[in-house]
Design a protein around this ligand. Structure first.
Ligand SMILES: C[S@@+](CC[C@H](N)C(=O)[O-])C[C@H]1O[C@@H](n2cnc3c(N)ncnc32)[C@H](O)[C@@H]1O
Length: 190
């Protein structure tokens, strides 16, 4: 089965759960500009894209799963917002340079894509990034360590940006508390 069909099956099975914005966007929503062009990369059913569109940004959402995009189109219509959805393999067709004020990526890690994401930001543009880490407290998330971040890896990947926020607690301290298993970063292109 190719990747798109695999994700179609996963999204088809999850239709009853409403998609939610990722923590990096929900907790730092106040950093968003009042308008501009936003892109949700590997959007799934688009919890991030919906938040961006409701906040008044002109929002594109890309994914390889047509099932996910169909669900997002319906959710956007129900919410009374427009999202420009596109079935697009971002590994072979990354965003064009200097076209976005906001880019959000959650739970998708393709390291060669990251320089394209940085290039796709306009000056002053923001990236919100969140995904799984290797230094986790349980097995939730991808089993292949290649799809998990190493310690401080997000900081290294986004070094050209000004880092506004970063969080990765690893397995330090009382693991019953805190925000675990993932890292988040918000960067600004100066
Ligand atoms: C774990 S889901 C995350 C979805 C959403 N961003 C979230 O946080 O809920 C990963 C998403 O990446 C999409 N995806 C996988 N490979 C892709 C590719 N090469 N180009 C675009 N989307 C891709 C999948 O279809 C899936 O919707």
């Amino acid at each position: 089965m190719n990747d798109a069909r695999k994700w179609d099956r996963i999204h088809g099975a999850q239709q009853s759960d409403p998609p939610r914005p990722s923590a990096v966007l929900a907790e730092f929503e106040h950093l968003l500009p009042p308008g501009g062009d936003a892109l949700d990369v590997a959007c799934g059913r688009g919890g991030n894209a919906l938040l961006l569109a409701v906040r008044g940004l002109s929002t594109c959402a890309w994914d390889i799963s047509t099932v996910a995009l169909a669900a997002l189109n319906k959710l956007a219509a129900d919410a009374g917002v427009h999202i420009h959805t596109e079935c697009r393999d971002v590994t072979t067709d990354p965003p064009e340079p200097a076209g976005r004020d906001v880019i959000v990526v959650s739970h998708f890690l393709d390291r060669p894509l990251i320089p394209h994401l940085i290039a796709a930001l306009r000056p002053g543009g923001l990236i919100f990034y969140q995904t799984f880490v290797r230094d986790a407290v349980d097995a939730f998330g991808p089993s292949n360590p290649d799809y998990r971040l190493g310690a401080n890896e997000l900081l290294a990947l986004f070094r050209p940006l000004r880092i506004l926020a970063y969080r990765d607690e690893g397995a330090t301290g009382d693991i019953r508390r805190g925000w675990r298993n993932e890292a988040m970063l918000i960067g600004r292109k100066e």
